[in-house]
Design a protein. Structure first.
Length: 120
């Protein structure tokens, strides 16, 4: 399962549809708080989380901070999806494994998913 965390509903739905057609189960969350609620269910364990940084309620940085406090979530790879070009260092320091630039190319996400599926 892939978790997309982004407050842009249209983007989430379009990416979810694309990834579903490629055989991946996808869940969407509109912000970091909603993502943490989904992840509280022990049956919800994504292979990778794609995380926007700017969201209401709990942004991406806040999500990463909360995720780091939970050992059950700490090993789930998180890929930042951002339009900012200068976030790579902070993302790495915050526990993210990679940064993908917006506007996101759906096939780039697919390559990332396949990379982590091979490692699992």
């Amino acid at each position: 399962m892939v978790l997309l965390v982004d407050d842009n509903r249209e983007l989430c739905e379009a990416l979810a549809e694309f990834l579903s057609l490629k055989g991946h189960a996808v869940r969407c969350a509109a912000n970091g708080s909603e993502a943490l609620q989904l992840l509280a269910d022990p049956h919800t364990r994504p292979a990778v989380i794609f995380l926007d940084l700017e969201m209401p309620i709990l942004d991406g940085w806040g999500f990463l901070a909360e995720r780091g406090k939970d050992p059950r979530l700490a090993d789930i790879p998180v890929v930042i999806v951002s339009g900012y070009s200068d976030v790579a260092q902070r993302a790495k320091e915050s526990g993210a494994v990679a940064v993908v630039r917006k506007p996101v190319e759906p096939r780039a996400l697919l390559r990332v998913i396949e990379h982590f599926a091979e490692q699992a």
